[in-house]
Ligand binder design. Sequence first.
Ligand SMILES: C[S@@+](CC[C@H](N)C(=O)[O-])C[C@H]1O[C@@H](n2cnc3c(N)ncnc32)[C@H](O)[C@@H]1O
Length: 232
Amino acid sequence: MATQMQTEQVANAYGRWAPVYDLVFGPVFRQGRRAAIDVAEKIGGRILEVGVGTGISLPGYDKANRITGVDISEPMLEKARQRVRALHLDHIEQIAVMDAENMDFPDNSFDVVVAQYVITSVPNPEKALDEFARVVRPGGEIVITTRVGAGKGLRGQIEKTLMPVTSRLGFRTEFAFSRYTDWAATVPGIRLVEHRALPPLGHFSLVRFEKAVAANDSTRERALTPANEVVQ
Ligand SMILES: C[S@@+](CC[C@H](N)C(=O)[O-])C[C@H]1O[C@@H](n2cnc3c(N)ncnc32)[C@H](O)[C@@H]1O
């Protein structure tokens, strides 16, 4: 039977990770974070980072961009706020507790939505992807770094077996790439534009989706809606 994850359980798990998160997960994801920021900044502007956690990626963004960070875990975000203050990251517009599956932003609010190592932590990933597609503007992109599971074979079986353990730690081991392509096929205007393995070992991937500009919508060159308020 498939292991179900619950949002509250995930939030509690990351509350426990918060004090040691940067030490444990800082180096292992570093190259992926850099790659995600590099592609996000090719579009630039108003960038939403979902599952921003301790804000470990925030100093990597060029100050010409305006960044909003949301996460389900308050203890993780407290670390992010401390980082914003300590490093004077004045391009960070908002840091707020929010569920990726139900975000409090109007449609088309951001030029880019970035989700780094988050999709496999969210209980209903397709619901979160729907939200990313809703809040990104036409012509904007969704940039994801993630672990892609094997789906089948021995590795897939091991990933399934580990699920009851890893879900308690806040992430899932099983997540086949077909879930991204199946999802994109159901959302009008969303197109997969890149899927590549990330260094050092290729266990993680960078996945990009583009939201199409409607033929009669030439005005959507930049995200139109400013973030609600500055919370730091
Ligand atoms: C593996 S950590 C990644 C943190 C950071 N993006 C990084 O690169 O290190 C996953 C993050 O996703 C957050 N998260 C999990 N479920 C979430 C949800 N439903 N909504 C928002 N954030 C969520 C967790 O609290 C955690 O901070």
